[in-house]
Write a protein that binds this ligand. Structure first.
Ligand code: 8X3
Length: 252
C-alpha cells in the first residue's frame, strides 16, 4: 500500500481557533501539512491546541487593532491560508427590542474583524504567490429569520465583503472563498447567542438526529484551501440533510 507523506504546505492562520469550527479547522489544516497559527482570545485553549498539532498560538481579539497588528507580526512575510472564522451571534431579539450593543458587537466581530485581519495579512498572502482566504459566513448571510436581524445583517456583510474582495484581488495570486454553514452543533455557538442559557441552546438542536458538527465544516474549508491555486471555490453552502431550509428542519 502506498504511504502518504505530508509535504509542508506553508503557513495558515485560523481565527477563532479556541473552539468549534476554528479549532477543528486548525486540526485539519495541520493534518494536511500546514504550519498553523491558532489565533483567538483564550490563550489556555489555543496553547493546548497548538501544542497538540505542532502549531503556534497567538492571542488575538479580532476587534483589537493592536492584537491584529501583533498577529501580522507573528505571521511574517508570507502566508498561504487565512481562515477568517472568528464570529458569532449575540441574542435573538426582534428589531423592535434590539440591543444596540449586541448589534455593534456582531458587526464588529463578523465584519470589521474579518476586514482588520484580512487587511493586515493580505500583503503576506500576496507574497506567498498562491494565497487563499476562506471566510466563514453562514446561511444567515443568505436569508432572514425572525429575531435574527442583527446576526443575519452581519453575515450578509461577511458575504458581501468576500465578494468585493474577490473583485478587488482579481489580478492577484489570492483566491477568495466563503463557506456558509447552516445548523452546526458546536459547544458554544448557541450558548453564546443565549448568554449561557444551556436549555435554550439545547433547544436549537432538539430532535435533530444529525446536525452538522464542527469537523464537517472544517473538512469543507480544508477542501477549499487545498484545491489547486487556479481553482477558486467562490462559495459553499453546507447544511445537515435534516435542514432543507432555514425553517424547515426535520426533528424527531
Ligand atoms: C449559524 C446559522 O441558523 O443559527 O450561522 O443563523 S443560524
Amino acid at each position: 500500500m502506498a504511504t502518504t507523506q505530508q509535504v509542508p504546505r506553508g503557513r495558515a492562520v485560523v481565527t477563532g481557533a479556541s473552539s468549534g469550527i476554528g479549532e477543528a479547522t486548525a486540526r485539519r489544516l495541520a493534518a494536511e501539512g500546514y504550519d498553523v497559527i491558532c489565533a483567538a482570545r483564550r490563550t489556555d485553549r489555543i496553547e493546548a491546541l497548538a501544542g497538540e498539532i505542532g502549531g503556534t498560538a497567538v492571542q488575538c481579539d479580532v476587534t483589537s487593532d493592536s492584537d491584529v497588528a501583533a498577529l501580522a507580526e507573528a505571521v511574517g512575510p508570507t502566508l498561504s491560508v487565512l481562515v477568517n472564522n472568528a464570529g458569532g451571534a449575540f441574542g435573538l431579539a426582534p428589531v423592535a427590542s434590539a440591543d444596540t450593543e449586541q448589534w455593534r458587537q456582531m458587526y464588529d466581530v463578523n465584519v470589521l474583524g474579518l476586514m482588520r485581519v484580512t487587511r493586515a495579512l493580505l500583503p503576506a498572502l500576496i507574497a506567498s504567490g498562491a494565497g487563499v482566504i476562506v471566510n466563514v459566513g453562514s446561511t444567515a448571510g443568505r436569508i432572514a429569520y425572525e429575531g435574527g436581524a442583527g446576526y443575519t445583517a452581519a453575515k450578509h456583510g461577511t458575504k458581501v465583503v468576500t465578494e468585493t474582495l474577490r473583485l478587488e484581488l482579481f489580478d492577484q495570486p489570492v483566491r477568495v472563498s466563503e463557506v456558509a454553514p447552516g445548523m452546526v452543533h458546536t459547544e458554544e455557538f448557541s450558548l453564546v447567542r443565549f448568554g449561557g442559557d444551556q436549555e435554550r441552546a439545547d433547544a436549537v438542536y432538539a430532535g435533530v438526529a444529525e446536525p452538522l458538527v464542527a469537523d464537517d465544516v472544517a473538512d469543507a474549508i480544508t477542501w477549499i484551501a487545498t484545491r489547486p491555486a487556479h481553482v477558486n471555490i467562490d462559495e459553499l453552502v453546507i447544511k445537515p440533510r435534516a435542514q432543507a431550509a432555514q425553517h424547515k428542519v426535520h426533528r424527531v
